[in-house]
Design a protein around this ligand. Structure first.
Ligand code: TEU
Length: 551
């Protein structure tokens, strides 16, 4: 069934957006790394799943020091993934199947192999080339002290010292992430002009949106002050490198670029902020269209916490007229079936709970219920590849296979994020489970991260044949979401269903989620539309959700 994208200017307000982590989606040339040929070969799968748009994590030329979030050239596709011509073909083919494309732009930093950074290193201290970055002398008589004690969210410090052409130690440069990701200076006009041009480059190629990486980090206090003391909160907008007020001018300029194109081209921000009002400020009508709402993802499987999070989210968005987004996971966080099977099922980077026991059957039941909960909430929905297959986090990757820099930078303490990036299983009963096509006359290379034994029941082929599978649940849910006028954008009305139960009405669809320890009676209804587990229509088991026709 083809759903051509309408020219509806509000398409993004209720879109279902599927995140493609290109390296791990499908490998068309058999070298063990996912690529654009692989995605093109699997477009019918994405159409049948029922998604409206694809968000591609960075597919640009990159040394892959951070899985492509270290971009060396925004106007070229990394050779491991394919060519620009293939990207253009992919965008067109997806659109012909009714699927829009969103690309990822990483404005906080570039790769240390980017021509600007190479030129800056070559040109030396005091040069105009260095002004596009944050080069700074060190402290102390020999300049050996770091300019600030800011901490990287990847572990370790945020400054690396350069070496002068004569071999003596030189200036330091700022990188909030890895050493290979120097931060750009957003007070520099070149940085503004270059990014607006990159947006145009991709809008000209037909993309419908831009995902903005680390969107609240770009602007730094030029005085480079130390961080506020632990436990103290800086004045709003006054943190040295997070959520500074000047950021809003950047996104107003980007919005003008987006609005200059026909069809509605959208900006989606990756904005990690605890303060819902500060978060919503990025969604004012002349800034971004939407941003990832990580608040619900961070909550444990608990009715009170989840309801409070939904209410907080909806209230903050209402204030700016933007639709909420619902996000259960992405390529940075622990897979939901693993998270929800733990005694503490909340998520935070600081306390990644690898190694703590999980009950995957319980986690899977809850992740199924969470899928129906989030798909019924008002706004747009994000789905990370593999969650529709109920893949667990792979927590026993051999340390030598792990590539995520978070692992090495933490001295091996943080497991890193590769456990949710293992290549998808498509078919068959052993690795590579159809992930890699056979290269001409040969057998495929090993996948870039090893896939576990025992994933045969989790392949797409196995799940297509199983009416009780996660894949079939997602397909059914997304089809209903499309056909039910009450779902998608709009408002919700909470129903009183007793402690431990979330229940709300969306038009004439009711969503009931049982997070309590025992079965609960369903409210009066006119039929079960879909349920995440068995139900007789009268009661709902624990950790189960149902969509009902209102009575
Ligand atoms: O993630 C941003 C990111 O990891 C931080 O904002 C982090 O979440 C925060 O500090 C938590 O405290 C994006 C990408 O999604 C990720 O894959 C990249 O590694 C990162 O940016 C750097 O580009």
């Amino acid at each position: 069934m083809v759903h051509p994208p309408s020219d509806d200017p509000t398409w993004w307000r209720d879109a279902v957006i599927y995140e493609v982590y290109v390296r791990s989606f499908a490998d068309g040339d058999g070298d063990g790394t996912g690529d654009l040929a692989g995605v093109r070969s699997r477009l019918p799968y994405l159409r049948d799943l029922g998604v409206d748009a694809l968000w591609f994590t960075p597919w640009y030329a990159s040394p892959m020091a951070d899985g492509g979030y270290d971009v060396a050239d925004y106007r070229a596709i990394d050779p491991a993934f394919g060519t620009l011509a293939e990207a253009e073909a992919l965008i067109a083919e997806a659109l012909a199947l009714g699927i829009r494309t969103i690309v990822d732009v990483v404005p906080n930093h570039v790769s240390d192999r980017h021509p600007w950074f190479r030129a800056a290193l070559a040109a030396g201290p005091g040069s105009p080339e260095r002004e596009r970055f944050w080069f700074h002398p060190g402290t102390g008589p020999d300049g050996a002290g770091i300019p600030t004690h800011w901490e990287s969210s990847f572990g370790g410090g945020t400054w690396t010292r350069t070496t002068n052409p004569d071999g003596t130690p030189g200036e330091w440069y700022l990188h909030l992430f890895t050493t290979q990701q120097p931060d750009l200076n957003w007070t520099h006009p070149d940085v503004w002009a270059e990014h607006e041009d990159v947006l145009r480059f991709w809008f000209d190629r037909g993309v419908a949106g831009i995902r903005i990486d680390s969107a609240a980090l770009l602007v730094k206090d030029p005085a480079l002050p130390e961080l506020p003391a632990p436990g103290t909160t800086p004045a709003p907008g006054g943190h040295p490198h997070l959520d500074r007020d000047e950021l809003h001018d950047v996104y107003r300029a980007w919005r003008k670029v987006a609005d200059s194109y026909p069809g509605t081209r959208v900006l989606v921000g990756e904005v990690w902020l605890d303060d819902a009002e500060r978060f919503a400020a990025y969604l004012r009508p002349d800034e971004m269209h939407t941003a990832f709402n990580f608040d619900v993802m961070a909550q444990p499987w608990d009715a009170v916490a989840l309801r409070a999070s939904v209410d907080r989210t909806l209230a903050a968005h209402r204030g700016v007229g933007a639709p909420a987004t619902w996000v259960l996971s992405n390529h940075d966080v622990t897979r939901p079936v693993t998270r929800y099977g733990r005694a503490d099922s909340s998520f935070s980077f600081a306390a990644k709970r690898a190694g703590t026991p999980t009950d995957l059957d319980l986690g899977t039941r809850r992740a199924r219920a969470a899928a129906l909960l989030t798909a019924a909430l008002p706004g747009s929905l994000y789905l990370y590849q593999g969650d529709e297959l109920g893949l667990p986090e792979v927590e026993d990757l051999p340390p030598e296979a792990v590539q995520d820099p978070m692992h090495a930078r933490s001295g091996g303490v943080d497991p890193g994020r590769d456990g949710c990036r293992v290549p998808l299983p498509w078919s068959g009963d052993r690795p590579p489970y159809g992930f890699s096509a056979d290269p001409p006359g040969g057998v495929p290379a090993e996948p870039w991260l090893p896939q576990p034994a025992g994933w045969a029941p989790r392949t797409v082929a196995a799940q297509e044949a199983d009416p009780g599978s996660m894949l079939r649940l997602y397909r059914d849910a997304l089809a209903l979401r499309r056909s039910e006028p009450g779902l998608g954008d709009g408002d919700l009305r909470w129903l009183d269903a007793g402690p431990g139960v979330l229940a709300f009405a969306r038009g004439d669809v009711l969503c009931v989620v049982n997070l309590s320890a025992g079965p609960v009676a369903l409210p009066p209804h006119g039929g079960v539309l879909l349920a995440s587990g068995p139900t007789d229509g009268a009661a709902l088991d624990p950790d189960t959700a149902a969509w009902l026709r209102a009575a």
